[in-house]
Design a protein around this ligand. Sequence first.
Ligand code: KG4
Ligand code: ZN
Length: 391
Amino acid sequence: MKILSIETSCDDTAIAILEVESGKAIKFKALSNIVSSQTDIHKNYGGVFPMMAKREHQANLVPVLTLALKQAKLANPKSQIPNPKQIQTLKQILEKESTLFESVKAFLEKHEKPDVDFIAITNGPGLEPCLHVGVNFAKALSYFWNIPAIPVNHIEAHILVNFLDPRPYPLDPKKIFPAISLIVSGGHTQLILVKGIGKYKIIGETLDDAAGECFDKAARILGLGYPGGPVIADIALKTNNAPKSFILPRPMHHSQDYNFSFSGLKTAILYKVRDMGKEAKSEKFLGEICVEIQQAIIDVLIKKTISAAKDFKTKTIILGGGVSANQELRKQLKEKIQKEIPSAECLIPDIKHSTDNALMIAVTGFFHRKNKKRWQSLKTSANLRIGIAKK
Ligand code: KG4
Ligand code: ZN
C-alpha cells in the first residue's frame, strides 16, 4: 500500500510518500518526505502571515509533489490530454486558487497517475487559508486520479509519528496505552490522554500562547528572527551553564491542573529587555536570557507532563510537535521520567519528524485507512480539536 500525504496547515509545504508493506509483520518505508519551508519569507516579520503563506503554498505544491514522486520513483512522465469535463471540474475545485489550477493542469497533462492507493491530507487545525489550498489540491488529485482521500488531524499526526519506524507495527496496545502525550508546537500546547489510537482526551492546554509561540515571540523581542525556538536553543547551547543573574517566571508551575500559560513569561521577557537598555544587546545578556527562557518553558512542560503521567498511571509518555526538536527538552524529559517513573516508556520523534512534515500525515492516514472519503466530502476545519467527535 502506498500513501501520498500532503501538509499545508502553517508555513511548511510538505508532501511525502509512505509505503506500508503488509506481510507477516507490517513495515513502514518512507519513499520520500519533502518539506519546503517558508521560514526565509516569514523571518523578517517575526511570524507567519496566513495570506502570504497561502500564496507560497500555491507556488510550492506542484514542485514539491513533482520532487516527492521523483524521489519515490513514482513519477511517470507521459503526455495526456484531460477531457473538457475534467478541466471544468478541476477549475471548479481550484476556483479560489487560479495560479494553482494552471500548475496542476500542466502537471496532470504531463504525468500518468502514480501508483498510490490513497491521499492523506491535513484538514485541521491550522491557518484556514493554508488548509484550504492543501485540501483543494488534494481534492483535485483525488478527483483526477480517482483515488480516495483521508482527512488527518495535524495534532494527532504529531502523536502518531512516534509509531513510525524503527518501532515496529503492529503495536501492543496493552504495553503502550494509556499514554500521555505532550504536544508542543507553534500553535498548540496540549496534554492529551491517549487511551488508544483514535481515543483521545485533552486534559490540559495553554490558556493563552503556545510554547512554540512563546519561543517565537521572545525571539522577536530579542531581534533574533523567526522561528524563535531553534535560534534560542542554539544560543542557549553555546552559552552552556553560565551563571544567571536573574530568573524569569514559570507561569502556572504550581497550579493543580494540567493547563499552561506562557503570555506572562513573554511579558516578563519584554520588561527585562526594556530594563536592560543598551545592555540588552550584549552577548552576555543574550546568552543568559536564552538559557533562562528555554529553561522556564521546559520546567513547566515537564512538571505538568510528569504529574499527568503519574495521576493517570500511564505506561507511555509521548512527545510531539515542533518544540520537541529542542534537545534540552528531550534530554531533561527523558532524565525526569527515568528518575520519577522508570517503568514508563518515553517516545520522542526523530528530530526530522518533530517539526511539520507530511510523513506524520501519512502514518496517521494509515491508522485511519478505514475512513477513506470521496473528494467531494473533504472539508477544512481550522479549529479542529483532537478527541471531539466530528458532526
Ligand atoms: O509543529 P511545528 O513545526 O508547527 C506548528 O504546527 O506550529 O512547530 C513549530 C514551532 C515553532 O514555534 C518553532 O519555534 C518551534 O516549533 N521549534 C522549536 C525548536 N524547533 C522548532 N522550539 C524550541 N526548540 C527547537 N529546537
Ligand atoms: Zn505542527
